[in-house]
Design a protein around this ligand. Structure first.
Ligand code: BG6
Length: 365
């Protein structure tokens, strides 16, 4: 049942406010994150010296957001490793390394094997899985289920944002275990997390505006997506989504790195999506955007809030994102990028839910 939408992907995008709520709400007690039901001991969260996230594809991109959160808000070093590469790089994991395996299906063999390897090295482990009772859930010491419900479209949307929701909760639980935040800081963070569904609804109401933005990309051969920090992490996922279902070549690039690399590939024919949501990075991001504009690029700007911009005319499109605290902005941005990929694929007449050569679950290494 596609819920009246032409494809499951659209239905699953629209479900996000609800399933985020269903993932977050049961894990809040007295305004604080709570993993008693999962049995996760605070001692484990307090004692690890580093964290290693293992995952593939979209789940790995969720891990990258988790890395930013945990490093900046908790101060623990986090590595995010592609599960398929993990064992072949002589990984340094031991009982002081908390391993977090992230997987929608819970059956991805690369992730499962990497997790088993880490457990043999003595690492404590938590998995974040969507499918109840899946192999990865069974192979890890503790499991936190995302309550996204069945995800049918091959390109992941609601599984990804519910993985993020769990990572927000886990970060806050680490702060408790390590006695890091003030009551005020915890309260503000948890209130912001609970505001995510309403903010997502707000973005979903702008579907048609986002559809018009997607239309400007229909005939593009290449697309670039640029941003820094968390904006870059979310663009890696947005770019993957566009590639997966529209077959347009897209590159997510850290804006500061462009000038050291492939800026020469950006021409007047290349749409560039720029995301600017992090206050402390804003002025640098805007000056990197000027560099591509001076090469004639048509820049689609996704920016937080209503602030005035110099020369509104030079932007190909501007989308104003609802305002959240910086660390939560990936949530509204994800929706915009998912919808852009969706509409490009839809308007090209492609099979959005079943892109060629891609399987929902991959059980070969
Ligand atoms: C890929 C899927 O094969 O596996 C991606 O096509 C997915 O959409 C990746 O992100 C990882 O899957 P899972 O189930 O481990 O999250």
């Amino acid at each position: 049942d596609k819920g009246g939408y032409p494809f499951y992907m659209e239905k699953e995008i629209m479900e996000q406010p609800r399933v985020i709520g269903e993932t977050v709400k049961p894990r809040i007690k007295d305004g604080k994150p709570d993993f008693t039901a999962e049995g996760i001991p605070d001692e484990m969260l307090a004692s690890c010296r580093r964290i290693c996230v293992i995952a593939c594809g979209t789940a790995m991109h969720a891990g990258l957001v988790g890395k930013s959160l945990i490093q900046s808000l908790i101060g623990i070093h986090v590595d995010v490793v592609m599960a398929s590469e993990f064992m072949y790089n002589d990984p340094i994991v031991d009982k002081t390394t908390l391993v977090i395996a992230i997987s929608q299906s819970g059956e991805t063999i690369d992730t499962l094997e990497a997790l088993k390897f880490a457990r043999k090295c003595g690492s404590p482990s938590i998995s974040i899985v969507n499918v109840k009772g899946a192999s990865i859930a069974r192979a890890s010491e503790y499991v936190i289920y995302t309550n996204a419900g069945p995800e049918i479209a091959v390109a992941s949307t609601k599984a990804y944002t519910t993985q993020l929701a769990v990572l927000y909760l886990l970060t806050a639980r680490m702060a408790i275990a390590r006695k890091l935040w003030s009551d005020e800081q915890m309260k503000e963070y948890m209130e912001e997390l609970q505001r995510v569904p309403a903010v997502m609804e707000e973005v979903l109401k702008s579907k048609e505006e986002i559809h018009h933005i997607a239309d400007t990309m229909l005939n593009a051969r290449d697309v670039f997506m640029i941003g820094r920090g968390l904006d870059y992490s979310i663009l890696l996922e947005g770019s993957l989504k566009l590639k997966e279902i529209s077959y347009i070549h897209s590159e997510a690039y850290a804006s500061g790195e462009l000038k050291h690399g492939t800026i020469a590939l950006i021409t007047e024919e290349t749409p560039v999506i720029a995301v600017v949501t992090q206050d402390k990075l804003k002025s640098k991001e805007l000056s990197n955007i000027k560099e591509v504009q001076s090469r004639g690029a048509r820049v689609i700007l996704l920016i937080k809030g209503q602030e005035e911009l110099e020369q509104e005319k030079i932007w190909s499109r501007i989308f104003r994102l609802p305002v959240m605290k910086d660390e939560f902005m990936v949530m509204p941005v994800s929706i915009v990028l998912q919808l852009i990929a969706y509409y490009v694929s839809l308007d090209k007449g492609l099979d959005v839910d079943k892109p060629r050569n891609l399987a929902k679950v991959v059980t070969v290494e």
